[in-house]
Each structure stands twice: as C-alpha cells, then as structure tokens.
Write a protein that binds this ligand. Structure first.
Ligand SMILES: Nc1ncnc2c1ncn2[C@@H]1O[C@H](COP(=O)(O)OP(=O)(O)OP(=O)(O)O)[C@@H](O)[C@H]1O
Ligand SMILES: [Mg+2]
Length: 349
C-alpha cells in the first residue's frame, strides 16, 4: 500500500521541539517539513540542522508552505495559537502544546516499558531483574502521572481528558507490576523455612511470570489438590515456579495450554507439576537442561540458569524433580516434595 507521508511542521525549538524532532524523525511515514522559532538561538534549531530538517525564519512561512498536514505547537506561547489559526492553510490541523507533550510522554513511556519488559523476559530465570526494573519504571511513571493530572485541569477538551484518564490507568497498572516485581526481588531475605501452600505459590508465580512472558493465546488450566502444603522457603519456591512457568510459556510458540497441578498422595506425599503443550525437549538433551548455562534460546534471551536454580532449591529441600517430554507435543516438569507433618498450619504466603 502506498500512503503519502504525514507532513509535520514543528513550531517551537525548545525542549518540546527537540523531543518532537527526536521522536518524529525516526518514523517512516512522517516527514518533518521544517521547524520554526522566534528565537534564532533556540537549541532545537541546531538539532534540526544536524538532522537535515529545514529551519524556517518565520512561523508563517513554515506553516503556509510545503503542504503541511499537521502543525505541532510546542512554544507554550498563548499568542501562538491564534497566529497559527489565522495563517495556516485550511487543510492543516493543529496539535497544541499539552497534547503534543502528552504524545511525547506516551511514546517515551511505551518504549521504556517495552525495553524493561524485554529485560524482564531475558532475566526471568534469575529473579534479579525486579528491583532495577521496578525503580526504573516508577520514575517515568510518576512524571506521566503528574502530566496527566495537569492535563485534566489545563483545558476542557474532551479528548485531552480521555487521554489523561488512559494514562492514569496505565500508570496504576504499571505500579501494580512494580509492586509484584519488588516483592519477587526480596526473595533472598530471611531464608526461613515454613509451611507453604503450593497452590497459592503457583498462583503467585503465574502472576509474576505474566510480566516476563506473554500469556496471550495460552489457556491456563489448574488442577489443585486441597492442602498441598510443603515445608520450605516461600520465596525460593516462588522462584522455582516462576522459572518453570516461564520456560513452559516460552516453549509454546503460538496457542497452547499451560497446566499447573498439585497432588497429595494417600501416603501424604505432595507433588507439583507444570506442563505445557510446547515444542518439547529431545531425549538427548534431558541430561543437559539442568546444567548451569545450558540454553537453547537465542543470545541475549536465556541465561541457562533457570533450571539449574530450580534443581538447587529442590535438592536443598531433599525433593526430586523429573521431566517428561515429547518433541512437538509438550513437556511436564514434576517435583516430588518430602513429606510434611499434616497438622502444621499453613503460612499465609
Ligand atoms: N518447558 C520446556 N519446554 C521445552 N524446552 C524447555 C522447557 N524448559 C526448559 N527447556 C529447555 O531447557 C533449557 C534450559 O532451561 P533454563 O530454564 O535452565 O534456561 P533458559 O530458559 O534457556 O534461560 P533462563 O531460564 O535463564 O531465561 C532451555 O533453553 C530449553 O531448551
Ligand atoms: Mg528458563
């Protein structure tokens, strides 16, 4: 399909103008026809020249020529709006300072999140990513929240209000992500051993893994036995399930099913399993997958420490982990836990 580019004129070469130049010059279907500022020393004019964007001496010249479709006003100057509306061509639209700033912040926020979630995906097996991400996401979030709040007061344009509400919602969702990730990061804390409800641990791990891998198109099935309780370190067990669930989801390339199961045998033996309908593991790799740094994932994607860590935790608990897999059909990791005294109360974690 051959669509003509959106021709944009930027009015104002301060911080906002520079931000727009940086953002828009990377977008293929956008042509920045020029930038103008009353102040010939405005810093954005130099940046525009570096990027080979035309610098206009007069705002009027810029917005009347070049077949401009969209004028983005980031001057913050109240007299600029009327001037633009008086001189622009009838077909061109104007985006005001507040909306333009909002756009920039949204794009920044989005790309930051994408980068951080990619990082989370990469390090999901390690659990060490959480604190850094939580911190890094939270800062821009606070900025955007402030901006959104200002915006709702600034003008009563319906669309601006709607966008501000959207941002507020996004911020709340991301803050929830930060809270979950932060608690995951504290897993090395006390190291105490208590009764742990495996069903709750698996649910919690599913919530965490959701941030590291996408669960879209994956059906989650749970078969939980009542009173599936073991004695162990709750944070380490969380880490075990986050790793197994992350691996399972990563093994499913398109649609598939993730099954989480706990069982309590007649003898009181407790087991937990994570199954997927993913790519499967060839038999000859069974002996390698628990080795440190063994990974079949592309460079930068997997560290190969996930199952090694899982094995370390389970061995410390004197449990067993085994794998059953068929290539093209799926995989099940099953953990057998040592028996627990049935009378012990269950920890809330
Ligand atoms: N459910 C699964 N289905 C198919 N292959 C799996 C599954 N779980 C693990 N594997 C294989 O075992 C390898 C090692 O897994 P492990 O969790 O230790 O490391 P990783 O997932 O590659 O990296 P990391 O966990 O550090 O992100 C994987 O690269 C993959 O080849
Ligand atoms: Mg892994």
């Amino acid at each position: 399909m051959n669509t003509s580019p959106t021709k944009i004129a930027i009015v104002g070469a301060g911080k906002g103008g520079i931000a727009l130049l940086e953002l828009l010059h990377q977008i293929p279907d956008v042509e920045i026809v020029g930038i103008a500022d009353k102040d010939p020393t405005a810093p954005g004019l130099k940046r525009a020249r570096d990027l080979n964007v035309q610098v206009a001496e007069r705002v009027q010249d810029l917005i009347q020529n070049h077949g401009v479709n969209l004028i983005m006003d980031v001057t913050g100057d109240p007299s600029m709006g009327p001037l633009i509306h008086a001189t622009k061509r009838p077909g061109s639209e104007v985006l005001s300072g507040a909306a333009t700033r909002l756009l920039w912040n949204l794009v920044q926020h989005q790309s930051k999140l994408e980068a951080e979630l990619f990082q989370a995906d990469k390090l999901a097996g390690l659990g060490s990513f959480a604190a850094g991400i939580a911190h890094d996401i939270n800062n821009p979030l606070q900025l955007i929240l402030g901006l959104a709040e200002n915006l709702t007061d600034e003008q009563d344009l319906d669309v601006v209000h709607e966008q501000a509400r959207d941002i507020t919602e996004a911020v709340k969702r991301t803050s929830a992500l930060c809270r979950d990730l932060t608690s995951y990061a504290r897993r090395d804390g006390a190291g105490e051993v208590v009764p742990v409800n495996l069903n709750m641990k698996m649910d919690e791990a599913l919530k965490i893994a959701r941030y590291a891998v996408t669960l879209q198109d994956i059906t989650v099935v749970k078969h939980y036995a009542e009173a599936a309780t073991v004695i162990g370190n709750p944070d380490e067990l969380l880490h075990v399930f986050v790793n197994l669930i992350t691996n399972a989801v990563q093994a499913i390339t398109k649609r598939g099913t993730l099954t989480l199961q706990t069982t309590v045998g007649p003898d009181g033996g407790v087991s937990a399993s994570v199954s997927d309908t993913g790519c499967g593991i060839p038999k000859e790799s069974f002996s390698k997958i628990f080795e440190p740094l063994y990974t079949t994932k592309p460079p930068g994607k997997g560290t190969g420490l996930g199952l090694y860590n899982v094995m370390s935790v389970i061995s410390k608990m004197e449990g067993h982990i085994c794998v059953e897999s068929d290539v093209g059909v799926g995989t099940t990791f099953r953990i057998e836990f040592p028996q627990v005294q049935p009378t012990m109360p269950c920890a809330p974690l």
